[in-house]
Design a protein around this ligand. Structure first.
Ligand code: ZN
Length: 198
């Protein structure tokens, strides 16, 4: 139904596509945006466009970044012999917020989900194995505790075992099915400190 102009409807529709934005919120945001001063609207629009244009993936760990190598991989004070494997950049951000992890990361950009047709070749496992040919002491598997996360963790540990590199899994206690990014920092730290050998 066309209560509003086509332009406002378009904006509402685009906003509704975003995660966590329900129809009502999309409407509220759209009205808010059309009432904003023009320069603020332009700033928002160019921030979205610039972020999209300039963001790529770190050549080493695969996280979202606007440089060829992300600031974490480029930081010589981090322990590059300790690699934490996470599903996505949001999980990396969650661990970074604890400010207690000094190793580096490997972002899989997904998890193995046979039901969705996502297999080992669809996530960045080959890249992980390549990194393990360098000097690595420990791989900490910090995939989510969902079915997909656990399947991925098991697959990775089997893959790494023959290399003799230490493989650990963050402790459970992280709520099952919980996205890492929603878990508070204390719980994340406890999960990291209580990690177990696989
Ligand atoms: Zn990186």
């Amino acid at each position: 139904m066309n209560y509003y102009s086509e332009h406002i409807n378009n904006l509402i529709e685009e906003l509704e596509r975003l995660p966590g934005i329900a129809a009502k919120t999309a409407q509220r945001l759209a009205f808010h945006i059309v009432n904003m001063p023009p320069e603020q609207v332009n700033a928002l629009a160019s921030a979205i466009r610039d972020a999209k244009e300039h963001t790529g993936h770190c050549r080493i760990c695969g996280t979202l970044t606007d440089a060829e190598v992300c600031p974490i991989c480029a930081d010589p004070s981090r322990d590059h012999r300790q690699i934490m494997v996470v599903e996505n950049s949001r999980d990396l951000a969650a661990y970074e917020k604890t400010q207690k992890y000094s190793g580096v990361y490997h972002v899989l950009q997904g998890a193995i989900a046979p039901l969705l047709g996502i297999g080992p070749d669809d996530i960045r496992l080959k890249e992980l194995m390549q990194r393990l040919q360098g000097d690595v002491d420990e791989v900490i598997i910090a995939t989510n505790s969902s079915l997909e996360g656990e399947t991925t963790a098991m697959y990775i540990s089997r893959l790494i075992k023959p290399t003799q590199i230490r493989v650990t899994r963050i402790a459970s206690g992280v709520p099952v099915g919980g996205d890492l990014e929603y878990i508070d920092e204390v719980t994340l730290l406890r999960a990291l400190e209580g990690r177990v050998e696989l």
